[in-house]
Design a protein around this ligand. Structure first.
Ligand code: MG
Length: 217
């Protein structure tokens, strides 16, 4: 099932990241946020992608770097105004990734009611694991994923606990943003987000398979 195809589809020239916030009730709670009625959406530009084999450096503008391990989906077909019942035709691969967040900056921005880009969309803030093709008998509500920090389990999630499932997310975001081949959806993080510091090793898993491993430098 493993694919060596680590990078976004066909190295798409103008891919974007569409990210969902507060999609697991336990995580919304841990950050003191309300559980939203509809998906919270934010974006990262292509420049947020950490390229394969590039080192990840602790950004100098934050003092509170948080990892958020999430299931990611790769968009395989262009679309807009999609229906939930056909949404699964628009993604062809799954992995896990990290939505790196400067939590101190995000807290400031949230307090002032300002946009989140400075906390979320900076260079190299999006880590992608290697892609696994979606199997024919794929059960989207039965995906287990996790992340270890320095060999210890820090996050463990299951897609049955999502507030908005993959197809609902895709249908919803496509009302606002065209989905293009190569775009990547970050589907939200489960509870257990936390800080990392220089020297920490982060490893993400889809089921038992290791999908990415990086050391903060
Ligand atoms: Mg996130």
């Amino acid at each position: 099932m493993k694919s060596p195809d680590y990078q976004p589809y066909l190295n798409s020239e103008d891919m974007k990241f569409l990210c969902i916030g507060r999609n697991y009730a336990e995580h919304a709670k841990e950050l003191g946020n309300e559980v939203p009625d509809e998906p919270v959406i934010f974006m990262k530009p292509k420049s947020a992608l950490l390229q394969t084999n590039s080192p990840f450096y602790y950004p100098e503008f934050t003092n509170e770097l948080h990892y958020e391990c999430e299931v990611v989906l790769r968009i395989s077909k262009n679309g807009k105004y999609l229906q939930e019942r056909t949404a699964s035709k628009y993604y062809d691969a799954i992995s896990v990734g990290i939505d790196f967040t400067a939590r101190d900056i995000q807290a400031e921005l949230k307090k002032k009611g300002l946009p989140w880009e400075k906390a979320k969309a900076w260079d190299n803030s999006a880590v992608l694991g290697k892609w696994t093709p979606i199997p024919a008998n794929f059960d989207k509500n039965n995906v287990q994923f996790s992340m270890k920090k320095n060999g210890e389990l820090v996050q463990s999630g299951h897609t049955k606990d999502m507030i908005h499932n993959f197809d609902k997310i895709i249908a919803h975001v496509s009302n606002y943003f065209s989905l293009n081949i190569g775009d990547v959806i970050f589907t939200g993080t489960p509870a257990g987000v936390g800080e990392c510091v220089v020297g920490d090793e982060l490893e993400g898993f889809l089921g038992d398979d290791s999908m990415f491993k990086l050391t903060v430098q």
